[in-house]
Write a protein that binds this ligand. Structure first.
Ligand code: ATP
Length: 870
């Protein structure tokens, strides 16, 4: 393996044939051909055939196969054929669902795949990390994941967390100096960066030396486990429930088997009876329905700008009762423009500076120099705070690149939200000056002098009080304030401890208006029982002004600053958290304590974050939300959801979708379980009162595996109802099978079982075959119709009856399948159905509608009663 750390930057660049403009397009292709793609080998995903085969690994299918074999053994070949066909159709449907769900999850993953900044053809471009090639110049900055191994060619205070590679959690400093050694381990190669590590501080440029499997991390993990989504709590609960139910049913089926044997029935009938019961009860479609509904739901959410990274977040969103949101860019537009400037002890409007005045000129120049933003006619690149400063310069005809060309940057200390400062070093008019900009409080802590119309002098307590007053005045208007300072500096390299003895020169205040939709979204949250809390790095006054404007804060709640949290015990924090709506000047460590406190109070918390240090808080929150546009790669990696538009209103939409998806799944579950209950009760009733079996196993298979699946999916994709956001959030501790839910399932099942057995009794007047056919037809049709009952809690209205076309498609498909089985001769034999008379069909039809009529009536009465209560 080649070593690059013991070669100089020029040697490495020459060897890889790269100039400072990076690779040209043709070279990129060549390099990819020569050194391969930047991908780790993935464990192969199972082929469709494997997926198909795995569908047979199910207890129910084994029972069915035994039943099929028994039927064949007894010469009942039609039954064997039907069971075999149904099992194969079921496995095929299962395979298609599995592949579709997998496909949409992969598509979601691709949407949130990591990106890298590279210099190609002389321009900075963002590419998918997979597309990085050997020889690319990658630009890395705080919060970025390193996508390939590379030799550093420029470093500005670069620090990297290499724990993924070395296990060492303390960040290591990186520079460009050539190391005179060989055979060093990655941990000692401090002029190299490695794939899989992340930047905790500073900026740098590196030339890529290895990609994909040849990187250090690639060598350790030659096979990347396909990140398998764990089951969500709901899926796990349903699976557990399904297993328990299966066990209970098998015991009951065995008892019935013994009872019928005791009654002296032929063993084959007794066996088929028990198989029927088992088939009737086991909710085969349940887990695949949940998977498919979640997959369809996440696709809808992605279209509405919320990308789900962890499936559990979909259900979790439904129980969120607290949203802790950043201010800048999430609640506000992140489009800043300078409104006021304070210099020479005076406040000026943004276009009123007199740049012939030395102070005004210097302040403007410093705002261009201590600044990384670049604007061109077509685009604005960089932090909006800094873009606003560049735009200010443009008002006076200044070009930021020209100013920076004249006074080149010698060294820098990048902005970080803990320090709330940024410093750069330049030679300006024969003096070497360090320019520092940042939050006023941070600057005043480090300032010893002030430069105003009276010249440079020691800063007095009165000056400080005056500046605080101006700061408050501007903050009350919702303006975001930056203070500027400088000092003479002798040296080449700035260190963090150089930010002291500063000379204060002025303030620049900018407006970042709230997003138009924020206030409404906050109000919607309030109605939905969700409290919004602002957590920001900005000043308390500015934050409070914006919070009041948006409706997050009122006279009953307060704002506090992060440092106060520091001195509080966890117990004290618990007491104040409900009273606080705004946390200002907060550092990432405070965020995690705020989340924990709310969680301890029994709330499910959604928390936004964008910085490299936000990852622990995002992981701690029930729903960690990262910003797709401004967020760091590290924060995206830690989050369970990413907002592609960084917009607070998107969170609220996602919560509404989360509630709706959860509700839809529960409605689907209710539909399937109540139908199964009907089957069980009918078979139980028949065996207890010693009637013949009301259904053959094929009938129940037909209903459970085929006709029931369509309405179950249609119910699962019901679109969100506006009224959902008028309800309180779901309790996070609530189990899925609450008592009211179970009672409802039982009663609805009982109703369907009753009409089924009534039809059976009427049929018995003709013959057992007619009775079985009528029971099967009523059970199947009434369950299809019951789909309409399960769509929502409330009664159907003229409006909602046709609002979901899928339920109609499902109903018509199921109805046609049933009609074919009942009337088409070849099927009649196979499905063991008798010919029915017109009158008997009428009975089937009428009886099948009875559950719908009864349940709708009850819903209507309940809804009228509830309205009367309100
Ligand atoms: P939020 O957490 O809501 O996104 P924020 O963006 O205001 O809030 P930070 O980015 O941490 O939070 O900024 C905190 C403070 O740091 C700001 O109030 C401002 O005074 C200062 N600041 C922001 N950006 C810069 C910058 N590029 N250079 C220097 N100081 C900055």
């Amino acid at each position: 393996m080649k070593e690059y750390y013991n070669k100089s930057v020029d040697e490495v660049l020459q060897e890889l044939k790269v100039g400072e403009n990076g690779l040209a397009d043709l070279q990129v292709d060549n390099m990819r051909m020569q050194f391969g793609e930047n991908k780790l080998k993935e464990v192969k995903k199972p082929s469709p055939i494997m997926v198909f085969v795995s569908q047979f690994n199910d207890f129910l299918i084994w029972i069915l196969l035994v039943a099929a074999a028994m039927s064949a053994f007894l010469g009942k070949y039609e039954s064997t054929l039907v069971i075999a066909v149904v099992v194969i159709i079921n496995a095929s449907l299962g395979t298609v669902q599995h592949l579709k769900a997998e496909e949409s999850l992969q598509a979601l993953k691709a949407l949130s795949s990591p990106k890298s900044k590279v210099i190609r053809n002389g321009a900075t471009v963002v590419v998918a990390s997979e597309d990085v090639v050997v020889g690319d110049l990658i630009i890395v900055e705080t919060g970025d994941f390193v996508s390939a191994d590379g030799r550093i060619i420029k470093s500005f205070s670069l620090k990297v967390d290499e724990s993924a590679l070395t296990g060492e959690s303390v960040s290591v400093e990186k520079d460009t100096v050539t190391i005179n050694a060989s055979k060093l381990s990655p941990g000692d190669q401090c002029n190299m960066i490695f794939s899989g590590t992340h930047i905790t501080y500073g900026r740098g440029v590196a030339v890529v030396t290895c990609v994909g499997g040849n990187t250090e991390i690639g060598k350790i993990a030659t096979l990347l486990e396909r990140a398998k989504d764990k089951e969500t709590p709901l899926q796990k609960n349903l699976d557990d429930f399904g297993k328990k139910l299966a066990a209970i049913i098998i015991v009951i089926a065995a008892l019935i088997f013994a009872l019928n044997l005791y009654r002296g029935k032929p063993i084959i009938d007794v066996f088929m009876f028990s198989v029927s019961l088992a088939v009737a009860a086991i909710p085969e479609a349940l887990s695949s329905i949940v998977t498919i509904v979640l997959a369809i739901g996440t696709r809808r959410m992605a279209k509405e700008n919320a990308i789900i990274r962890k499936l559990y977040a979909v259900e979790g969103l439904g129980s969120v009762s607290i949203i802790c949101s950043d201010k800048t860019g999430t609640l506000t537009q992140n489009k800043m423009s300078v409104k006021q400037i304070y210099t020479r002890s005076q406040l000026f409007k943004e276009d009123n500076l007199d740049i012939k005045q030395e102070h005004d000129f210097r302040l403007l120049m410093m705002s261009m120099l201590c600044n990384d933003a670049i604007t061109t006619e077509s685009q604005e690149l960089g932090d909006p705070t800094e873009i606003a400063l560049v735009n200010l310069g443009e008002l006076y005809g200044w070009d930021e690149l020209r100013v920076r060309e004249n006074y080149r940057r010698i060294s820098e200390l990048p902005f970080d939200s803990n320090r709330k400062l940024m410093s750069t070093l330049h030679d300006i008019h024969e003096k070497r000056l360090m320019v520092t900009k940042g939050a006023l409080d941070a600057i005043l802590q480090r300032a010893q002098f002030i430069d105003d119309e009276r010249g440079i002098r020691a800063i007095t307590p009165e000056d400080r009080a005056n500046l605080e007053r101006i700061n408050t005045e501007l903050g009350q208007k919702g303006l975001r304030i930056l203070a500027f300072s400088y000092k003479e500096f002798n040296g080449e390299q700035l260190g963090l401890d150089d930010e002291n003895k500063l000379v204060f020169i002025g303030l620049i205040a900018m407006m970042d208006p709230p997003r138009a939709e924020s206030a409404e979204a906050v109000a919607n949250c309030y109605r939905a029982g969700i409290r919004t809390v602002m957590i920001t790095g900005d000043h308390i006054i500015t934050a409070s002004a914006i919070a009041k404007e948006i409706g997050i804060m009122d006279n009953t709640t307060e704002a506090i600053e992060g440092y106060k949290i520091e001195s509080m015990t966890d117990k004290e924090l618990l007491d104040i958290v409900p009273k606080v709506s705004v946390y200002a000047r907060v550092s990432p460590e405070h965020k995690i304590r705020i989340v924990r406190a709310w969680q301890e109070l029994g709330h499910a918390v959604a928390m936004t974050g964008d910085g490299v240090n936000d990852a622990p808080a995002l992981k701690q929150a029930d729903i960690g939300i990262a910003m797709g546009i401004t967020g760091t790669e590290v924060s995206k990696d830690a989050a369970s959801m990413i907002l592609t538009d960084d917009n607070f209103a998107t969170i609220v939409k996602a919560i509404s979708n989360g509630r709706s998806i959860y509700g839809n799944i529960m409605n689907s579950v209710k539909f399937l379980l109540s139908g199964n209950t009907a089957g069980i009760l009918a078979v139980l009733y028949a065996s207890i009162v010693n009637l013949p079996a009301p259904f053959a196993p094929v009938h129940l298979l037909f209903i459970n595996l085929l006709t029931d699946s369509f309405p179950a999916i249609a119910i699962g994709i019901e679109s969100p109802k506006a009224s959902l956001m008028n309800e309180k959030p779901r309790d996070i501790k609530e189990s899925i099978l609450t008592r009211p839910f179970a009672i409802e399932v039982l009663l609805q099942g009982l109703l369907i079982a009753t009409v089924t057995m009534m039809a059976f009794h009427i049929g018995m007047q003709a013959s057992e075959a007619v009775a079985v056919t009528m029971a099967f037809a009523v059970l199947c049709l009434s369950r299809l119709i019951h789909g309409f009952n399960c769509r929502s809690k409330g009664p159907l209205t003229a409006e909602t009856l046709f609002s979901n076309r899928y339920i109609w498609i499902a109903f018509i498909t199921g109805f046609l399948l049933l009609t074919i089985v009942l009337t088409w001769d070849p099927f009649k034999g196979i499905f063991e159905v008798a010919k029915l008379t017109g009158q008997q069909y009428l009975v089937v039809l009428i009886f099948s509608f009875i559950p719908l009529v009864c349940i709708q009536l009850v819903k209507r009465i309940r809804s009228a009663y509830n309205k009367a209560l309100v």
